[in-house]
Design a protein. Sequence first.
Length: 468
Amino acid sequence: MSIIFHIDVNSAFLSWTAIERLKTDPSLDLRTIPSIIGGDKKSRHGIVLAKSIPAKKFGIRTAEPVASAFRKCPTLHMEPPDHKLYHRRSQEMMQLLHSYTPDIEQVSIDECYLDFTPIAHLFPSAREAAKEISGRIRTELGFTVNIGIAPNKLLAKMASDFEKPDKIHTLYPEEIPSKMWPLPVGELFMVGHASAERLIQLGIRTIGDLAHADPDFLQVHFKSHGLSMWEHANGIDTTPLDSEEHDLKGIGNSTTLSHDLKSADDAKKILLQLSEQVAGRLRRAHQIAQTVTVEIKYHTFQSCSRQMQLSVPAGTTDTVYRCACQLFDELWNGTPIRLLGIRTTKLLAEDTPVQLSLFDFGIQEIPDETEASGKTSTIPSGNPDQAVISGSTNSDRRPQTFLTESLSRSKDTVFSDGPQTATPSLERQKRLDEAMDQIRKRFGNDAVIRGTFLTPKTDSTSQKKNKH
């Protein structure tokens, strides 16, 4: 029988931040007071990324809005996230675990699966090995983990979610009826909130109820997901542990707005900012995308999203932005907007051969769904291809000179403040983006500004972004 460990850091972001804070202020341990890691309270930006045990007693939940957490506990202490620190601490833990075995699948920055089977002969038991590993993490790295021990990934994950913190739990097949089946059905891995509510409406309240339900009945109501939930409730999981490193699966950015947006033009200016960021990250990763997704979160905290397949995989700002605008027009119901996000997926290497369409030879690039949808996406009057050189940042006009040199190789590249009657072809847009990337790299992000963002009175308030 295989033996899998699921290793999960207890309140990772909060623990790692607390350890760092103790270095400068030994009197304040964030783990012992009501505290969270989150965003900016004043701007309403962000959600609760991690919480202390004392904060949990106030009913504060991970992923709830920061504003909501402060309503529950006005004296709550909040620290901003430090992703560089988290990445470093995660690497330290992974290095320690790799001293035991290379058979490790990291599934997030603070959790992983470890295949104990090949090294089982080196320890008296799996529990003793888990005690050694958790003890070393506590002593050498200063934080605690939960470890779940089971014959597959699903049960190991369920076991590690039992009582916390700093615990070791087993969940072998013979333990499922006593340890897992009495739990509420919503606690089963891969059963989301909506599915849990529907199951309860059907009279299925516990994981045990789900395990004993008729699989055919579940498939009628949930299709293939019904069978998957039934298998999980019975501890069935054949997913192998994958220790191979994989390429990036998606690149996206989102922004929680300092005030709710009520007009499409304002929303599309934010979409243009996000498109620049996402396309820039694609280029830095040397990737192109096959799909674009837009997410909207309303002021009611209701979320919706829609995605589009590109006719030609691309990583240009223009392509991402135009698709985002079309998706926005199809999605938005007029409700005030709290958050906007763009994500690109199905990534390919930028040198992957692609089949070009006739539209890539100097005529506007149109995604497959544009004509089929029957909808027209309106784009604000400030064309995304327009840009101006910022004189305030570089008075010697070196960016202007550099821009001219960068674009001299392509006489047909459009780069002006005036109106345009056609969209640059894909190849021309790529050269334009590359030139702007180089300017910003050499002279700073403010050296070149799109004309769309110029207003009679410059708004210096910048939106804070979340990468994912």
